[in-house]
Design a protein. Sequence first.
Length: 213
Amino acid sequence: MTDVPAGAPPSWAGRGLRLVGWIALCIAPLVVRVACEASGELDAAAAARGVGDGDGEVLHLGRALRWRLPLATHDERAIARLLEIGEQAAGPDPALSLAAYREIRSALLGSRGLDVPHADVLADVDARIAAAMADGDAAAEAARRAELDREPGRSRMGPALAAAGWIAWAWATARFVRRGLDARGRVVPGVGTRAGLLALALLVAWVVAWRFA
């Protein structure tokens, strides 16, 4: 078996693992925050339900729905409960029913994504809102539905810029790991410093873009 010279550069596999670890370390706090915030809002919604605070439950469920995370199910749980509230309150408390549907609509349109999530749910909620506001008048229901379809949703430009910023930061980080560090993990003068500063600047730009997306 051939020994690897002490001064040899790290293998592509080693560099890849280092890059994956670096990106995971940077993303982990964001993932943890989203998961914790969503879980906290669901707990607050359950507490509000326990004391009979329907408006408070709707509010916290809407907040939980806004904290979206790939592979997580808290947004689906929030939607299911809001739809349940809307259906159950339709007779005894129409205002609460309408508030639940509007909360779903607001949360989905305000989502920080490149597209509107749960588009089928949004279409269903729009129909329910139009029906509730028309009070049995077919013409008024059709007119209200048309108004809802024309209402502009949240611009996708902000999330698109944030996504582009993340991609640029990931590229800069990869460049820093590949060219800015020597075999012992020390910063290479010149190249490493520039690559590191670029990665840091793009990280800040991504955070700012995501904040205002």
